[in-house]
Design a protein around this ligand. Structure first.
Ligand code: HEC
Ligand code: HEC
Ligand code: HEC
Ligand code: HEC
Ligand code: HEC
Length: 239
């Protein structure tokens, strides 16, 4: 086998190795963060309480916040090192209880300031803050297992007509969105009359967590490795 060919094989194997090591490195960082998150007093006590007081722990475990080391106290305040309830959940340590209204926006804004200020200016955000039935952040994203909601399924709990809802940003509904939607409905009405149907836009799921990314990368690198080996065998045969 020539030097060129064995060089190529070594190169392919090295790429595969670096690829899989870096993917698992990423997984280990999130593993470390979630190990630290598991051992705070809020979690230790709440997981023993049962019912509605344990549900937040169950939902939060494994969530994107959990994976990123975002703990109970980062949203609720309090002292995660104190073991008694009075100390852990004391106002002196900034404990705010279950946040609603502006308090919920402030809690999320510590890390999602852009999203919060956009939503606060929107029609639904205002309707929430003014107590007029708009959805809270927790209503759409879940209070503890925060996810990107299914649109328009989620919207149907409050809206009868969800035409075009999959084509707008629900966090930025403004008067111009309403205008755009009504134009869209008029157009759809015309198309229905003339018999043509609009094509549905396909949606691609983007919620891969680091573990899945690690698995996919590992699978990918094994594939590349095998491919490299096959190329090696073919090249060697030709010699
Ligand atoms: C030693 C046990 C214990 C510890 C430690 C503890 N809690 Fe609690 N927590 C409770 C109990 C019991 C309740 C329900 C009674 C109450 O609300 O006073 C509760 C209630 C709550 C509530 C609901 C309050 C409301 O207004 O509905 C939140 C939020 C909460 N805890 C968050 C935390 C956070 C965050 C921490 C850590 C900084 C923490 N807890 C630490 C026992 C604990
Ligand atoms: C990302 C921010 C966030 C984190 C992290 C978080 N919470 Fe909450 N929690 C909320 C919000 C927002 C509410 C109010 C939800 C609502 O009323 O819809 C809430 C409500 C609660 C309640 C009141 C009962 C309920 O389910 O509404 C308890 C108890 C609670 N949280 C405990 C915890 C504990 C324990 C942890 C850590 C395991 C935790 N929370 C982590 C945001 C958070
Ligand atoms: C202490 C920081 C912090 C706080 C407070 C916080 N988050 Fe997050 N949040 C993060 C991080 C870190 C991520 C993951 C990295 C990213 O994509 O930004 C995240 C991701 C998210 C996502 C994306 C989920 C996905 O599947 O892509 C949503 C939705 C979310 N947070 C909602 C909230 C809501 C609602 C609140 C308030 C109740 C909140 N967060 C409070 C740090 C925080
Ligand atoms: C009416 C439902 C709804 C409400 C209310 C809502 N969101 Fe969202 N949010 C969504 C949807 C849908 C997406 C995904 C948007 C997209 O894919 O462009 C999203 C995306 C996000 C993301 C991820 C952004 C990204 O690019 O990954 C964060 C963080 C977030 N929202 C935080 C919040 C916070 C904080 C609040 C409250 C101030 C809030 N959301 C209120 C529906 C909502
Ligand atoms: C908890 C109930 C609730 C949920 C859930 C909800 N909305 Fe709304 N929405 C409202 C309220 C209340 C208004 C009226 C605000 C105003 O006009 O002042 C509104 C107004 C709107 C408007 C502008 C008026 C209209 O009907 O065209 C749009 C667009 C909209 N929402 C989209 C969405 C989308 C997209 C979702 C899902 C991701 C959603 N909403 C989920 C309560 C809700």
């Amino acid at each position: 086998m020539s030097e060129k060919k064995s060089g190529l094989t070594v190169f392919i194997c090295a790429v595969a190795l670096i690829f899989s090591v870096s993917a698992f490195g990423q997984k280990n960082v999130s593993q470390q963060k979630s190990n630290a998150a598991k051992s705070i007093s809020c979690v230790n006590c709440h997981k023993t309480l049962g019912g509605e007081l344990t549900k937040p722990v169950t939902e939060w475990t494994g969530s994107i916040h959990y994976q990123n080391g975002i703990t109970c106290n980062m949203c609720h305040g309090g002292d995660p090192a104190a073991t008694t309830m009075e100390k852990a959940m004391s106002k002196d340590h900034g404990f705010i209880g279950a946040p609603h209204g502006q308090a919920q926006f402030d809690a999320c804004a510590k890390c999602h300031a852009t999203e919060v200020s956009m939503y606060a200016k929107s029609l639904m955000g205002k309707a929430y803050l003014e107590g007029k039935g708009g959805p809270s952040c927790a209503k759409c994203h879940g209070p503890h297992h925060n996810v990107i909601p299914e649109v328009p399924q989620l919207c149907k709990s409050c809206h009868k007509d969800t035409t075009g809802f999959d084509q707008i940003d629900p966090m930025n509904v403004t008067p111009s969105t309403v205008q755009m939607l009504s134009k869209m409905k008029i157009k759809l009405g015309e198309q229905k009359v003339s018999g043509t149907r609009p094509a549905a836009a396909p949606k691609i799921s983007e919620d891969l967590d680091p573990y899945k990314i690690g698995l996919v990368a590992f699978g990918g690198s094994i594939f590349v490795f095998i491919l490299g080996y096959i190329i090696y065998l073919i090249l060697e045969k030709r010699d």
